[in-house]
Design a binder for this molecule. Structure first.
Ligand code: NDP
Length: 475
């Protein structure tokens, strides 16, 4: 059984609220419970965050905030194994993934924003204006105020801290709501915050559901000045409607249906290995995962055969996060089996032990589906990739750019000129060439079309979470 999940409001822990069950995705058994925040508790969290804005926190210098971020990072590192345990218990993801990606990246999120803060200077202009008038102009960055951070279940701590770190770096106060499926590491983070000498109310955490529950109440709350959200595109639209009346700014990282392009001049072995990683990391439950691969016709058969063989040999992968999500993925596979061909996987693995009660889906390679098929067009968010051939570079680009999403894409080619021609022509926020998910936290991260609004990462996040103000002094 896991340690108790509690809210953290105004610097104190709170276990109130109707309990909801937490389920172990590996076995499908109940593994604990968490309290759902009441509307009154959400109000208290927002009030505490509002009050903290005018407390001692308001006078913390950037250097003090940078030291705080390092203390939080130290606190996560000091309880590293507990964080790994909690992330694995909630998501069912392999321990290796949580201990090499999720938790180290959460630490890096705090450290990278701490380092950025120290090197950041405000701009000023003390030269005459373009029309010759003497003036000193300088910029002051102010916090937005109370920020709601709403995060999904796939990379619970990584994505939560990716927003909390820059929000605190810029002097905001935060009310965070993780997915009800994965509250464990957020709760540990609150414990770390409690030991990090943070003024009460600067970081608050409430648990509970999204729609018509804590998530929705937060976004509708008149005391919330901005919403930073990662999740489904449909939820993004709902949140946009919720904040529209008060014109609160939003930062949205939403869904994707990411394409891979494999050209005949690519190192095929590397392209296969890279696509196995990009399609099946965390069983496809990463927003950046590749779900459609277009392969130049002369190498299509060889690529398809090698990818299917690789998928069949994969071991050590994890389950879907919930029974509902497993059923959704299997629904797509049912339609795909009827309308196309399954080259690998397509079903539920059998282990002959208690994992047979869990939410597993085999790594699956599909082909032969039309481009308007739901399994090719809609985000599945599972271990499923569809392969289709192309004949020309123009056709490859048109296929990759079709559809409502535009988060990420990967290009596999041995031709440097082609790489520089194709990558910038993709309608996405992030294009990788001969690699996947190689991240530098200073670079812009986000999507176009239905994949998001705004960019996170480095200065982009610091800019979102602060309000630049111009002061002009006549000289
Ligand atoms: P959801 O949109 O279902 O949920 C995300 C968060 O929003 C959860 O905390 C959820 O709470 C909450 N929520 C749900 N409905 C509302 C509402 N009406 N008002 C306020 N909050 C709400 O996404 P998933 O958790 O299913 O995450 C998977 C999705 O996230 C995929 O589409 C994936 O592509 C996307 N994603 C995008 C990333 C990016 O960077 N672009 C990165 C990672 C994931 P609860 O879960 O408790 O219902």
């Amino acid at each position: 059984m896991r340690s108790p999940v509690r809210h953290y409001v105004g610097g104190g822990f709170d276990g109130s609220g109707v309990p909801f069950p937490l389920v172990d995705p590996v076995r499908g058994t109940t593994a604990g419970e968490a309290p759902a925040a009441s509307r009154e508790l959400v109000d208290r969290a927002v009030d505490a965050a509002r009050a903290a804005l005018s407390g001692p926190w308001a006078s913390w210098s950037p250097a003090e905030r940078a030291r705080l971020l390092h203390r939080i990072a130290d606190g996560i590192e000091a309880r590293f194994e507990e964080f790994v345990d909690a992330e694995c218990a909630d998501t069912g993801k392999p321990r290796e993934l949580a201990s090499t990606v999720d938790i180290p990246r959460a630490v890096a999120n705090f450290r990278s924003y701490a380092d950025l803060l120290v090197g950041r200077a405000e701009r000023s202009w003390n030269t005459p204006t373009p029309d010759g008038r003497g003036a000193l102009n300088y910029t002051v960055h102010k916090p937005l105020g109370v920020v709601a951070v709403i995060s999904p279940w796939n990379l619970p701590l990584l994505l939560l801290t990716w927003k909390v770190a820059p929000a605190l770096a810029t002097g905001n106060t935060v009310v965070a709501k993780p997915s009800e499926l994965t509250p464990g590491t957020a709760c540990l983070l609150a414990e770390v915050m409690a030991g990090a000498e943070l003024p009460p109310g600067v970081f608050n955490l409430v648990h509970g559901g999204g729609g018509d529950a804590a998530g929705q109440w937060l976004t509708e709350h008149p005391g919330v000045d901005a919403v930073a959200f990662t999740g489904e595109s449909r939820t993004g639209s709902t949140i946009m409607r919720a904040v529209a009346g008060r014109l609160a700014p939003v930062s949205f990282e939403l869904g994707g249906k990411n394409a891979g392009l494999v050209f005949a001049d690519a190192d095929l072995e590397r392209a296969v290995e890279g696509t196995l990683r990009s399609a099946f990391t965390h069983s496809g439950q990463v927003c950046l995962c590749t779900e459609r691969v277009y392969v130049e016709r002369p190498v299509f058969d060889a690529f398809a055969e090698a990818l299917a063989a690789g998928a069949r040999e994969l071991t050590g992968y994890g389950p879907m996060v919930s029974a509902a999500h497993r059923d959704k993925v299997l629904g797509y596979l049912g339609k795909a089996a009827a309308d196309g061909r399954i080259l690998a996987g397509g079903g539920v693995p059998r282990f002959g032990d208690d994992r047979d009660g869990g939410f597993w889906v085999e790594p699956t390679v599909l082909t032969g589906l039309p481009e308007d098929h739901p399994a090719v067009r809609e985000e599945i968010f599972g271990p499923v990739v569809h392969l289709a051939p192309f004949d020309t570079e123009e056709e490859a680009l048109a296929l990759a750019n079709a559809g409502p999403y535009g988060l990420a894409a990967t290009v596999w080619t041995g031709d440097v000129s082609r790489a520089h021609r194709v990558a910038p022509a993709l309608d996405v926020g992030i294009a990788w060439v001969n690699t996947w998910n190689l991240r530098d936290l200073r670079t812009p991260f986000g999507g176009v079309k239905a994949s998001g609004i705004g960019r996170e990462g480095g200065d982009h996040s610091l800019d979102f979470f602060s309000e630049p103000m111009n002061v002009c002094v006549k000289l």
